[in-house]
Design a protein around this ligand. Structure first.
Ligand code: ATP
Length: 273
């Protein structure tokens, strides 16, 4: 059913306050919030509001969070789908879902459409791995291109898409009038990690020795999603040991555990510059 592929969150509660660090990206994307809130401010001088922006960066760095925050800040509905939902789909289904999504979005405009893992749909045409499956992906990509071209820039629909592989995207997606803006979302530096820790320890019952600076120093290479994991693990470790509050040591144990998990997944933790 439709609900499995995308859902409209009519009330998005996430705002820029929930997104730690990423100051430059927030600044760039704030313009999109303004386009959604006061479009005529821009169009009355003859300018064309961009249709979309591409959020580029490694997994877990907050691309989805930031896209939701745009909807939350602008007070508009958030429609989302993931490129991976389109893998192994029956002929014609992917294209139909894309059309359906745009139809719904236009009815609810102003709004945000978010396409996660757009590289799964938007890989350069004719360069795919599996024949057969490929044709269907091309159909889906073509319908996305047709839909993007088919609505006016003042329709109030803005499409944000996320990828960690901008290099494989079909150049048609990156043409002016489509995803002609790129916003890079990098892994956080030590200052960014401290800020992300602050967000995720806010609601924990923690001991006085818990210092986000120390945690940031112990987690080079971590993305926001891993930091969120660490905070949750720390709370579970403390609870397992029947502690009344989460201590710094619990966080250090959680960091070890998350690093262990990452090593198992064979991810490389890049050294801090
Ligand atoms: P993917 O590419 O794997 O879909 P993503 O870049 O979209 O990842 P999110 O799904 O937004 O990453 O991040 C997962 C979770 O990690 C968020 O819901 C949030 O709890 C936490 N997180 C990530 N980045 C940040 C950040 N900058 N500030 C606060 N929390 C963050």
């Amino acid at each position: 059913s439709k609900a499995q592929v995308f859902d409209a969150e009519n009330k998005v509660k996430i705002t820029f306050n929930d997104v730690a660090g990423l100051d430059e990206a927030k600044e760039e994307i704030a313009e999109i919030v303004d386009f959604l809130k006061t479009p005529t401010k821009y169009t009355k001088l003859g300018g064309k509001i961009p249709k979309g922006a591409l959020l580029v960066g490694p997994p877990g760095t907050g691309k989805t969070l930031l896209a939701k925050a745009v909807a939350g800040e602008a007070g508009v509905p958030f429609f989302s789908l993931s490129g991976s939902d389109f893998v192994e789909m029956f002929v014609g289904v992917g294209a139909a879902r894309v059309r359906d999504l745009f139809k719904q979005a236009k009815e609810k405009a102003p709004c945000i459409i978010f396409i996660d893992e757009i590289d799964a749909i938007g890989r350069s045409r004719g360069k795919g791995s599996m024949p057969g499956a490929n044709d269907e992906r091309e159909n889906t990509l073509n319908s996305l291109l047709v839909e993007m071209d088919g609505f006016a820039t003042d329709s109030g629909v803005i499409i944000l898409a996320a990828t960690n592989r901008p290099d494989v995207l079909d150049s048609a997606l990156l043409r002016p009038g489509r995803f002609d803006r790129q916003i890079s979302i990098d892994k956080p530096d030590i200052i960014g990690r401290e800020a992300i820790f602050k967000v995720h320890i806010k609601d924990l019952k923690k001991a006085k020795d818990v210092d986000p600076k120390k945690l940031a120093a112990q987690t080079p290479g971590f993305a926001g999603a891993e930091i969120m994991n660490v905070c949750n693990e720390a709370a579970l470790i403390a609870a397992r040991n029947n502690k009344p509050e989460v201590t710094l040591d619990d966080f250090f144990s959680a960091i070890d555990r998350v690093i262990g998990g990452l090593e198992k997944k064979n991810k490389i933790i890049s050294p801090e510059e």
